[in-house]
Write a protein that binds this ligand. Sequence first.
Ligand SMILES: [Zn+2]
Length: 435
Amino acid sequence: MRYRVFVCAVLLWILASAAMSQQAAVPEQLTAIKAGRVIDVENGRVLDKQIILLRGKKIEVIGSDPKIPAGAKVLDLSTKTVLPGLIDCHTHLADGAGDVSGDPISQLKKTASQVVLESVPNARLTLESGFTTVRDVGVYRALNDIALRDAINKGYIVGPRMFVAGAYITITGGAGAMTGYAPDIKLPWDFNYGEANSPWEVRQKVRLLAHDGADHIKVLSSGAVLTHGSNPNSQEFTLEELQAAVSEARNFGLRVAAHAHSPDGIKNAIRAGVASVEHATMIDDEGIALAKEHGTYLDMDIYDEECIQAAGKTGNVPADFLEHDRDLGEIQRRNFTKAVRAGVKMTFGTDAGVCPYDVAAHQFAFMVKYGMTPMQAIQAATINAATLIGKPEQFGSLRTGKFADIIAVDGDPIADIRQLEHVTFVMKEGVVYKQ
Ligand SMILES: [Zn+2]
C-alpha cells in the first residue's frame, strides 16, 4: 500500500513538472508603456516620463530609464497621465438593469437569470470607465454577484475584478430585505437568504456565505433610504449581532462591511470591529473619534444625492424613499468634510446602481469639493481601497509584482480632478479594454 502511494506521488510529480515546463515554454507577452506622467499613489507624487514594463498580467518594472527589451509591444501614452486602475469599494453590479423608480420591488418582475444577464453591461461600463476592481456589497437575489464575478474571471464576459458579498445579512424587514409586498406572498429563497435575527443566526448566515464563496460579509447596521418600512435613523442589528458577524467572518478570513446611516448604527459597527462603515451619513464626533481609534475605513457615497434628487423630480421615486432622503445628502457631505479633516481612513465608494454605472467617477469632484486634495481622492480609490479589500500586494498602485491594472487620462487629474470622468485608456491584468 505504501509502495503504491509512493508510485502515485512520483507519477503526480512527473505530471506536474511536465505541465510546468509546458507552461514555461509559452513566453509571456512583454509590453512597454511609455507614460507622460505617472501618479505614484503610495508616495503622493507625480513622476514625469516613466517606462512601465509588463510581463503578461504583471508589472515587471517601472522607472525613468528601464531598457525596452527587443520584441516588446510598445504602448505610447507619452501625452497622457497614467494611474493605477480605479477601485470602487461600494457597488451593486449584479442587481440587473434597475428601475427608474429605484424601487427594489421591481426585482419581483424578473427571474434571477434575467437579473444577472441584465448585469453584464453594468460590469462592462464599470470597467470601461476606469474601474478595474470593485468591492460589490450586496444583491437582492443571493449569489447573483458570485455568478457575475466568476463569469468575469473565466473570461465569459468583460468586467472589473469583483469582490462580492453573496447576499445582505439583515434583520427581517430590514435595510437589506425585500420589503413592500403583501405579507401573504411567499418569496423565493434567494430574496431572504441573508435574513438573521440573533447572534447565532448571524453566524449561521456568515458560515453559509463563506461556503458559497463570498469574499467579504455585508451587514446592515441601520435602516436604509431606498427600502420600504425602513428608517435610516434607526438601529437594526444589535451590538451583539454585529460582534457575532465580525467574529464568525474572521474565522473564515473574511472582513465585514457595515451599512450604517444612524449615529448609533455607525458606532455599534465600529465597536464590533467592522473593516468599513458604508455611507456613515450621520456620523457624530464620537463616531469620528472611534473610527480613528479603531482604524475603521469610512466609505461615503457623497455623489448619490445628485441621482436620487434628479430621479425624484421625474415623479418616479416612491414618496417614502424621498422622505427618508430629505436633508441626508447635505448632512453626509458635511460629515465627510469633518472626517477628512480629522484624518479618518477613507475609501472611494459610490453605491453604483443608485447612479448609473458609467458616472461613478463623478464622485471624485465632490470628494475634492468637500475637503480632499485631488491626490487624497485618487488614493481613496486606489491604494486605500486595495488595503481595505486586503490585497494591497496585488493591486492599488503601480509597482513591480502587482497586476498591470493601468488607466490613463488625457489631462492632469491633480490640476483638474474631473479628468477622471474621461478615462481614455483601460488595461486590466495586461489586457487593453479601452484605447
Ligand atoms: Zn449600497
